[in-house]
Design a protein around this ligand. Structure first.
Ligand code: SAH
Length: 297
């Protein structure tokens, strides 16, 4: 896989530490937006907001002749922005871990994906707050905690904790953030979006990251992707009153689907396919997602 740690030019931004700690905003800076999934964020803050100002990483031992070409040629200001971004992302991951996510592969994936590249520039100072944020078309980028929690739940119980999942399907690409995280813990990722401009936005956001094991589809995710099924895991990023039958049928036996289910009041459910015509369901926790809708627009 290609190295995806580089931040392309034009997507860097000034990133105040207060954006992590939830501290004072600059006058005139946009206020954090209350969108679905903020309940968990508020709960986490009430628990004492584990965020501490991130420490800069110690300069590690460098191999003989070490010459970091890319960073040497970048202007100093850009270099320090990049380091600040990485440190702030580490702090975000520490908070997600403090909320109970334990899967090291998932936390590493969260740390590796530059979430600010998936957020419009006006909001990018909020990229590493653990909150969902608007992405247009009445949709949101999911809260980092819930992204991690869903992927962890989909992987949990797998033999060989560090082995990547095989083929995974995501319903609701949105801006593409979770798809990028998934692509770090699964061999093949397919993601479907029903709103054409968001499908295009995700393509544009993901292009610079050059993720070779991710395929984006424009269509109605309630139908799944029968042509590439069965899947070793399925995640829904939008809540239906029930899980579409087609998706249950496209799960491999032994595989898990994780989905928010409900209307105003929602719960995160994990469904394991236990046999050809058998599925077992567990409720994990409460959540709040945008609605799952049929058809395409
Ligand atoms: N995965 C995104 C979350 C996007 S919000 C992230 O990483 O942040 C959920 C998305 O689900 C929205 O973009 C919405 O348009 C989409 N969606 C809702 N119903 C859908 C359906 N039937 N098929 C595909 N996408 C759907």
């Amino acid at each position: 896989m290609t190295d995806r740690s580089g931040v392309p030019e034009g997507k860097r931004f000034p990133l105040p530490l207060s954006s992590v700690t939830g501290g004072a905003r600059k006058p005139g800076a946009p206020a954090p937006v209350a969108t679905p999934q903020t309940a968990t964020q508020n709960a986490a803050r009430a628990l004492g907001g584990a965020a501490q100002p991130p420490k800069a990483p110690p300069p590690g031992p460098k191999p003989p002749g070490y010459a970091p070409q890319a960073t040497q040629s970048a202007p100093a200001a850009q270099r320090s922005d990049l380091m600040a971004t990485e440190a702030i992302r580490r702090a975000m991951v520490a908070r997600v871990a403090a909320q109970g996510v334990k899967d090291g592969a998932v936390l590493a994936a969260l740390e590796a994906v530059p979430r600010h590249l998936f957020i419009e520039p006006a909001l990018s100072s909020q990229a590493y707050i653990d909150a969902s944020l608007p992405i247009g078309h009445n949709q949101t980028i999911s809260q980092p905690y819930i992204v991690a929690r869903m992927i962890e739940a989909m992987r949990a119980g797998k033999s060989g904790a560090d082995a990547p999942l095989g083929r995974v399907l995501e319903i609701g690409t949105g801006c593409g953030y979770q798809a990028a995280v998934l692509a770090r813990v699964a061999k093949e990722v397919y993601s479907i979006e029903r709103i054409k401009p968001l499908h295009e936005l995700a393509k544009a956001n993901l292009r610079p990251l050059r993720i070779s094991n991710l395929r984006l589809h424009y269509g109605d995710g309630m139908l799944g992707l029968a042509q590439v099924a069965p899947f070793d895991g399925i995640i829904l990023a939008a809540a239906g009153l029930e899980v579409p039958r087609a998706l249950l049928e496209q799960l491999a036996i032994g595989a898990r689907l994780v989905a928010p289910v409900g209307g105003q009041v929602q719960r995160l459910e994990r469904i394991t396919r236990t046999g050809k015509s058998e599925w077992a369901s567990e409720t994990l926790e409460s959540c709040h997602f945008v609605p799952l809708r049929p058809g395409t627009v």
